[in-house]
Design a protein around this ligand. Structure first.
Ligand SMILES: [Zn+2]
Length: 237
């Protein structure tokens, strides 16, 4: 069920067993925007049903926070235009050429192109991996950009992050939506934090004005609380 966080921002909560992330909805007077496309067309359907259940319009624009499958594989099923950082688009372009057969997936596990955590969850989400369709975004962004969708301004910013090198942060109506950017690096560092990247990310968050933070795999929480959590992780490194 869609949860309302502020006047303009709603979200579909994450689901731990399937690893489906939070999907965010921003309601403008002219257009509405989704942040992240989710893990699959089935995930998009769940999101859109939850949106229409609240008598809200289906989003016309979908913005990706980073390239990971659970945030991007639903892109083939979303309505309207799609946007991501240039680095995310480049990564999805690479993955669009991948074969999605059990054999090819096993091979990527052996070569290290895929990690066991994601492989296992992809197999849970898709009964048949042949159904996977990796799509590229219609538009890309590098640096900062804002979009007025009527009554609310969306501020996008691309940056490096402790979790992946292609993060896109979205600010709207006192909420900062960061996807997984505050988490460990699963692909490059085997679920560890890089101290320098974490420090830079904490500094970036400290400069933000928003009250709320929406991260990929947990309940929204006050931005200051999220920063304090990251600072205590940093001290332990
Ligand atoms: Zn991720």
């Amino acid at each position: 069920m869609l949860q309302q966080l502020t006047e303009r921002v709603w979200y579909l909560p994450h689901d731990e067993p399937s690893d489906r992330p939070v999907l965010t909805y921003i309601e403008g007077d002219q257009l509405s925007v989704a942040v992240d496309a989710g893990a699959s067309p089935a995930h998009v359907r769940e999101f859109y049903t939850a949106i229409t259940d609240q008598r809200l319009p289906i989003p016309e624009i979908t913005i990706l926070t980073h390239w990971h499958w659970d945030h991007s594989f639903g892109l083939c099923a979303v309505n309207g235009f799609t946007m991501a950082s240039k680095k995310t688009a480049a990564r999805l372009k690479e993955m669009a050429d991948w074969q999605w057969t059990p054999e090819a997936m096993e091979e990527r596990l052996r070569s290290g192109a895929e990690i066991p955590f994601c492989h296992e969850h992809i197999c849970l989400e898709y009964r048949r991996p042949e159904w996977i369709q990796v799509t590229q975004p219609d538009m890309t962004l590098e640096g900062e950009g804002t979009m007025d969708i009527g009554g609310v301004t969306i501020a996008c910013e691309t940056c490096d992050s402790p979790h992946s090198r292609d993060a896109l942060l979205v600010g709207a109506d006192d909420c900062l939506i960061i996807g997984d950017a505050g988490y460990e690096d699963f692909y490059e560092l085997d679920r560890q934090y890089d101290k320098t990247r974490l420090a830079a990310f904490i500094e970036r968050l400290k400069g933000r004005p928003e009250k709320w933070l929406i991260a990929g795999h947990e309940k929204p929480l006050p931005l200051q609380e999220f920063i304090a959590n990251l600072e205590s992780i940093y001290k332990e490194l």
